[in-house]
Write a new protein. Structure first.
Length: 523
């Protein structure tokens, strides 16, 4: 394999898609490629970051100039949850963590640079380009571009519509040839290709990783504790979390453990290295694999037990984490870790009473529709009588006529927000709201599914916010529901979540789910 072919192989291997491959080839024949990858400095980096890091390692091995952008301005605009001083500390932590990860991967760092978004995104030139871009991008295209990565709500704040354009401009201001990211950002990449030329800027190459399932089977998330292994987790904690990991026998499509071997372990193996499955002699003894495809095929045939795969991956993860642990023994880094990610404060009853935006303020219950009819004066509305465990069924009006047939509404179990201020809808007073997952393009609406074996009147709460009683009626002037609703959505595992915390039955702990809409706002 020639030097050019080897570089192209390293850059493109294991990617799901490359847009602009011809341009990539053209540049490689002349010089090294300049690539950037961006990440918002919010949740604490975890072991899934080895997936993009293994590709960044490929880029560096191929001689690419790699820029890592810490999107601190984007993180700040995410509902302004974190103040600037905390974001500055988290940016420092990210840089230290990423350097430690790449050190663990034994790759050269000479061609790696780190840039903060605020280094240039607040400049006069960038700001002017934001305005110029805003004059040509339509609201429809901006909303569509961010559909996979930005919370989709009926009335989005302007910052969520700006994100895709800001990310597009990063390509020009970082002076790169290509942007690397997950395939979930494809629509943002295509928006950049469409609109940057309108400002007189060049189209860039786009390199896309597949979305790798987390340990629970969905996307590995910093906000879902069981789905992630922290970079500083001890071997004992790694073992405990991997034991809980979803790893169904023979399942090669929704298997986070197997995906980790494909996207991290095998790409990092040196030429003479193999991946060893360690097992007892009575179970066939140790077996080694040089290629992921052989491991995958063996697992599909159930020739490898999930427990043996987990144990072998556990050894590799601990080997990867060991150099990071050594680096973070430094007292300054330990202090930085504490300041950037201080321990979460438990919500007490008093705190819940004071904090107006805690989800414990919401009175969400399981309901059963005992009677349903079309609204006499509105073609799109149903009038439902819902058993909510009270003396009499409540009347609730829902705009579901165009999405759910009336026969599917009768005797249906639903999830209802019960403490909104009653409101008249075309002459009929509605005393609640049936909560639904909803996406706009194409328009789809699904009522949420109550927890398994739940009964009418059963309280629905948010994990980690179970203390405190709901308000009798939410004060509409304080917009408590509106503030909380922006963080309600379904995740890739079809669970209903608020800021990554599942909605569950207060009785059984079973989760609220949706039938098939993922990453959909709940309203």
């Amino acid at each position: 394999m020639s030097d050019f072919e080897e570089k192209k192989h390293l850059i493109t291997r294991n990617l799901q898609e490359v847009i602009g491959e011809e341009k990539l080839v053209e540049i490689l024949k002349q010089r090294d490629v300049k690539i950037y990858w961006g990440t918002a400095t919010t949740g604490r980096p975890h072991v899934a970051y080895f997936v993009p890091m293994s590709k960044i390692a490929d880029f560096l091995k191929a001689g690419c100039e790699v820029t890592i952008l810490f999107a601190d301005l984007h993180a700040y605009l995410d509902n302004m949850k974190a103040p600037w001083d905390l974001l500055a500390l988290r940016t420092e932590y990210y840089e230290a963590a990423i350097k430690a990860m790449l050190t663990s991967l034994e790759v050269p760092l000479e061609k790696l640079r780190f840039v903060r978004g605020t280094d240039y995104q607040l400049s006069k030139e960038f700001t002017l380009d934001v305005y110029r871009l805003s004059s040509v991008i339509t609201e429809h295209d901006a909303k569509k571009a961010g559909a996979e990565v930005v919370k989709q709500v009926e009335y989005p704040v302007l910052s969520s519509l700006l994100y895709p354009g800001l990310q597009a401009l990063d390509e020009e201001y970082l002076k790169v040839d290509a942007q690397f990211g997950g395939v979930d950002q494809r629509k943002i990449f295509t928006l950049a290709e469409k609109y940057l030329p309108r400002l007189g800027y060049a189209k860039r190459i786009h390199l896309m990783n597949p979305m790798v399932p987390g340990l629970t089977g969905g996307k590995m998330s910093a906000s879902e504790e069981d789905s992630k292994i922290d970079l500083l987790d001890s071997p004992a904690v790694v073992k405990k979390k991997l034991k809980k990991a979803f790893c169904e026998p023979g399942n090669i499509t929704e298997n986070g453990i197997l995906s980790f071997t494909k996207h991290v372990i095998f790409p990092l193996m040196k030429q003479d290295e193999v991946f060893k499955i360690c097992r007892a002699e009575e179970h066939g003894g140790n077996v080694v694999y040089c290629k992921f495809e052989d491991l995958e095929q063996a697992y599909a045939k159930q020739e490898i037990h999930p427990g043996d795969l987990k144990a072998s991956v556990e050894q590799v993860i601990n080997k990867l984490l060991a150099p990071i642990h050594e680096i973070f023994k430094d007292s300054k880094l330990q202090e930085l870790t504490k300041k950037a990610y201080p321990p979460a404060k438990k919500v007490t009853a008093n705190a819940a009473a004071i904090d107006e935006v805690t989800p414990s303020k919401l009175d969400i219950r399981v309901g059963r529709i005992v009677e349903v009819s079309r609204h006499p004066d509105a073609d799109s509305l149903y009038v439902e009588k819902i058993d909510l465990g009270e003396e009499e069924p409540r009347v609730v009006v829902s705009g579901l006529v165009n999405y759910v047939p009336i026969e599917e509404m009768q005797n249906r179990d639903v999830v209802v927000l019960c403490n909104l201020k009653p409101a008249k809808m075309r002459g009929i007073e509605s005393k609640g709201m049936v909560l639904c997952a909803s996406i706009d393009d194409p328009k789809q609406v699904e009522p949420l599914l109550p927890p398994k074996d739940s009964q009418p009147g059963e309280r629905i709460v948010v994990e980690d916010y179970v203390v405190g009683e709901p308000d009798d009626v939410l004060n509409p002037k304080k917009k408590i529901w509106e503030k909380l609703q922006v963080d309600l959505k379904t995740n890739v595992d079809l669970f209903a979540v608020w800021q990554g915390n599942k909605l569950i039955s207060k009785v059984s702990g079973n989760p609220v789910t949706t039938k098939c809409l993922v990453n959909a706002p709940i309203k």
